[in-house]
Write a protein that binds this ligand. Structure first.
Ligand SMILES: Cc1ncc(COP(=O)(O)O)c(C=O)c1O
Length: 427
């Protein structure tokens, strides 16, 4: 299927819904796909088709069996999508990726509270704070090339040798789109007896990805993602990891559905994934996620990546025309997803985002976007300076354009026109 001839907008709900601006109602341009994507029609169709037969899962009537089967089969859809091994890995359903990373952190805390977790300065807080709040967590620096500093990584692996059990790194930055060398990092982690987790929240909807087979040096041990960033619109996400690790530990949350047997003196917990999924499952969210992932697979992540690459290059080329713009990590060879963060000289990031939204109907991201330490680094702020910004009430941050598979070159033109108008307004 050639994506060149495919108008993916027709599969999306409301990509250009008219919204009220200071210039009247105009079709919106949605460039905040990193925060959450718009929603796929086929996913919502699946959701609405389920409603008339919606029922409790795992009970005798056939509707229930049908729904339960689709719910359970989503695990295989996920395992296949991330190149996991269905015989050795499990997909645990979570509320979102943040919950998945908290489950992982909790597992590692239970395994050894004295260990050191290695995370990176590039992370979203979801892949830093869950470990930092529980265990000693050290940050791998960013090098001169704008990517993870592998020398610093090795130094930290050496320094904490024997204590590092988990390395946690993003699969792609939600700020700059930079992709860290996670296979190389996996190889090194394994050499030092650690496992590696890759946060693929910003990967699964943009790039082909594989965990690679168990036993390979470059095998990725754990991954997690959120469905709402992959066009499903509803809650839902997953943690994927090895059964033989996950079976040993306790869940993050406790309640019904996670035990095989319990009396007042004994508890026999169920096996993963059930052990980690207490309470009533998010059946509708999970099945909708399944449909969204299947859609991405059908279009082909290769095709999506190719098309988005063209969009990204055009966006970068046009953004460089804008006066007084700073683009973070422009022309970095490591940017592989279509996100660009920038600042306009002399205009507060909140003002830029507000003007784009209120005057032009263009939605972008602004602020630290959950990656506070990375944004601080990109802006060259010391801890003291960042804290001063916080105390002054001005905050610090960037503006971010993040494209999705349905965005178009015409939308980029509309955005550039608006951005130039804003940049010139202060001259
Ligand atoms: C790289 C990355 N990881 C994790 C998250 C957290 O995702 P969620 O809020 O869906 O759990 C985000 C959200 O923007 C992100 O960009």
């Amino acid at each position: 299927m050639s994506i060149k001839n495919l108008n993916l907008k027709k599969y999306i709900i409301g990509p250009n819904t008219p919204i009220e601006t200071t210039k009247g109602f105009i079709p919106r341009v949605y460039f905040n796909n990193s925060a959450t994507t718009l929603i796929l029609k086929p996913a919502m169709k699946k959701f609405f088709n389920l409603l008339p037969i919606y029922t409790y899962i795992n009970v005798p009537p056939s509707n229930s069996k049908y729904i339960t089967t689709m719910y359970e089969e989503t695990r295989n859809v996920i395992l296949e999508m991330v190149g996991a091994d269905a015989n050795r890995d499990v997909a645990i359903f979570t509320k979102n990726s943040t919950e998945a990373m908290n489950v992982l952190a909790d597992v590692y805390l239970e395994a050894d509270p004295e260990q050191v977790v290695l995370s990176t300065t590039m992370e979203h807080l979801a892949n830093y704070l869950p470990y930092k709040a529980r265990m000693q967590t050290e940050l791998i620096a960013i090098g001169k090339n704008g990517n993870i500093d592998l020398e610093d990584y090795v130094l930290k692996l050496e320094k904490y040798q024997g204590k590092v059990k988990l390395v946690a790194v993003t699969g792609a930055s939600n700020i700059t789109g930079v992709v860290p060398p996670y296979y190389e990092m996996a190889r090194l982690a394994h050499q030092y007896g650690a496992k590696i987790f890759v946060d693929i929240v910003q990967v699964i909807q943009h790039l082909p990805f594989t965990m690679k087979p168990h036993g390979y040096d470059e095998h990725i041990d754990f991954v997690a993602f959120s469905a709402h960033k992959a066009y499903s619109g509803l809650d839902g996400g997953a943690l994927v990891g090895p059964y033989d690790v996950l079976e040993k530990y306790l869940p993050l949350d406790f309640g019904s559905g996670i035990t095989q047997f319990i009396d007042s003196s004994k508890i026999i917990y169920d096996n993963p994934p059930q052990k980690y999924e207490t309470g009533y499952p998010d059946v509708l969210g999970v099945i909708t996620m399944s449909k969204a992932l299947q859609f991405l697979k059908k279009v082909g992540l290769d095709n999506i990546a190719k098309y988005e690459r063209k969009l990204y290059k055009y966006l970068l080329y046009r953004m460089e025309e804008v006066p007084d713009i700073t683009i973070y990590d422009s022309h970095s060879p490591f940017v592989h997803i279509p996100y660009i963060s920038f600042s306009l000289k002399g205009i507060h990031f909140k003002t830029v985002a507000a003007k784009l939204g209120l005057d032009h109907g263009i939605e972008i991201g602004n602020g630290t976007l959950g990656a506070d330490l990375y944004v601080q680094f990109l802006l060259g702020l010391s801890n003291e300076e960042a804290y001063e910004c916080y105390k002054s009430g001005m905050g610090y941050g960037v503006n971010r354009v993040s494209l999705g598979m349905y965005n178009t070159f015409e939308e980029i033109d509309v955005f550039i026109h608006a951005l130039k108008e804003i940049a010139l307004s202060t001259r």
